[in-house]
Ligand binder design. Structure first.
Ligand code: ATP
Ligand code: MG
Length: 465
């Protein structure tokens, strides 16, 4: 039979799609041998490390021997910069700003203009073998056209024989995740600043038809003035009209529709904003579990969440109106900006929210965050000084004892609690899961009918088993 998709685990491996289904599928082929056909980029990426890699090498030995060829044929167009034009700067004894799933992030100085950037170095072999090249292409394609004060700017991208390089705006003060862990939790007026700036960035993305899909404090960086910079667009998607289906994100921040494998839209990010505001104020996400399954079930059950009694009614009402189980019932970005809690805190900082909200008519307009920062006491991350005096620990203790809110640190090991959370089920895990399932399937196929009957009764001889 003429197969529609060459990936053995795809539903179209043995079955032809209907004409209607066919119109929705993209025909793609292996860029090396041009022989294997797939119904989607996902099937091509999953098939490569499991089966096709070996066959492909046989048919095009010269090309496949070199990893560069493989990535070149899939990569986005490079621009004219080179890795040698950037000098790596060490901070104290540290040579890296951080480590991502597919490589490291280093502080570099552009030799041409002396400016500092963060250089994300991704090893091509790892990207090609374990992560979807499509994800990397999407990350570059989306991030390069975004210009907003609260979105980490992608200045250049290029590749050499071994690596793909992203030259990013340098966020000097690390991630909001580490900042929250240092401070344990933030008072409402300080939480407002981070929440508001994140909302401005997300609103800009949504107005540009982009859903971030992996919003969490680990992906919110802080620049030298403590301003939010949204980063990591590896799971972002352009959503023009139709809803999206890919299962991605980080469990603690996943909306019920994602966990229920239902189509999702922009309201997915709105849910994550509600979780973010809760985490800023409590130091932990509202739903936690001993494993992802337990955590996912808690979110899917829609059980009410506990709030610290020290919080104002306004902020509790805002979080509750965002964390609505049904996506259509959640506040829109505009309703968030107009919520009394937002308006009250904005007026405390002498700002008018609407003057900061992105106006689509003038996409290059810069929101004057520097002025915004100078109107308040600057956030000195090193000194860990909050914008307002936090309620003393004793006062907190008394108030928390008087209600049934329990900080999660008591229920879970502290090391677990301080670890950054891992994004989504990565392709790497997915590939391993598929490999395992297929091995089991092949094992079962090797057994004869009678062997399987014996196996079912538990009396198959040991060697065979
Ligand atoms: P993962 O998929 O595991 O989140 P990743 O491959 O997407 O990883 P990033 O999250 O982008 O990698 O970066 C890893 C770490 O490097 C971040 O947690 C942060 O500490 C640091 N980092 C990334 N970008 C910057 C930046 N622009 N400025 C300063 N530090 C950065
Ligand atoms: Mg990340």
């Amino acid at each position: 039979m003429n197969r529609f998709c060459d990936y053995k685990s795809c539903q179209y491996f043995n079955k032809q799609p209907s004409i209607e289904q066919r119109s929705k599928l993209n025909k793609v082929m292996c860029p090396l041998c041009m022989n294997a056909n797939y119904c989607s980029n996902r099937c091509r990426d999953l098939d490569w490390p499991i089966y096709h890699k070996e066959i492909c090498k046989k048919s095009q030995p010269d090309r496949a021997r070199s990893c560069n060829d493989t990535i070149d044929s899939c990569s986005t167009t490079s621009v004219r910069r080179k890795a040698e034009e950037f000098e790596i700067i060490s901070i104290g004894s540290k040579l890296e700003l951080g480590r991502g799933s597919y490589g490291s992030v280093k502080l570099v100085k552009d030799k041409q203009n002396g400016l500092l950037y963060a250089m994300k170095i991704m090893n091509k072999r790892q990207v090609f073998e374990y992560c979807s090249v499509e994800n990397l292409k999407r990350e570059i394609k989306i991030q390069r056209r975004l210009v907003h004060p609260h979105i980490c700017k992608l200045h250049h991208y290029f590749e050499d024989k071994e690596n793909v390089y992203l030259i990013l705006e340098y966020a000097q003060n690390g991630s909001l995740f580490n900042y929250i862990k240092k401070r344990s939790k933030l008072p409402e007026n300080e939480a407002f600043v981070y929440f508001f700036q994140t909302c401005l960035g997300i609103d800009y993305l949504h107005k540009n038809k982009i859903i971030h899909r992996d919003l969490k404090p680990e992906n919110l960086l802080l620049d030298h003035e403590g301003n939010i910079k949204i980063c990591d667009f590896g799971w972002s998607a352009e959503s023009l009209t139709e809803k999206r289906m890919t299962f991605c994100g980080t469990y603690e921040y996943m909306a019920p529709e994602m966990l229920n494998k239902q189509p999702h839209d922009f309201s997915l990010d709105v849910w994550s904003l509600g979780i973010l505001l809760y985490e800023l104020l409590h130091g932990n996400a509202p739903y936690r579990g001993k494993n992802n399954e337990e955590l996912g079930n808690k979110i899917k059950s829609g059980q009410p969440i506990n709030f610290a009694l020290t919080l104002s009614n306004d902020v509790v009402s805002l979080i509750k109106s965002i964390l609505k189980y049904i996506p259509g019932e959640r506040l829109t970005m505009n309703q968030i900006f107009e919520h009394p809690w937002m308006v009250k805190h904005a007026s405390n900082y002498n700002i008018e929210i609407q003057t900061y909200v992105y106006k689509t008519q003038n996409p290059t307009r810069q929101i004057p965050t520097a002025n915004f920062q100078s109107k308040q006491k600057s956030i000195d991350i090193q000194k860990k000084e909050p914008l307002s005096r936090p309620i003393s620990q004793d006062q907190n203790k008394l108030k928390e004892q008087s209600n049934n809110y329990k900080p999660y640190q008591n229920d879970y090991k502290q090391e677990e609690f301080n670890k950054p959370r891992i994004s989504r089920i990565s392709n790497r895990n997915e590939i391993m899961m598929h490999q395992h399932q297929l091995q089991q399937q092949q094992q079962e196929e090797k057994l004869s009918f009678m062997d399987r009957v014996f196996l079912a009764f538990g009396c198959l001889n040991r060697e065979k088993k």
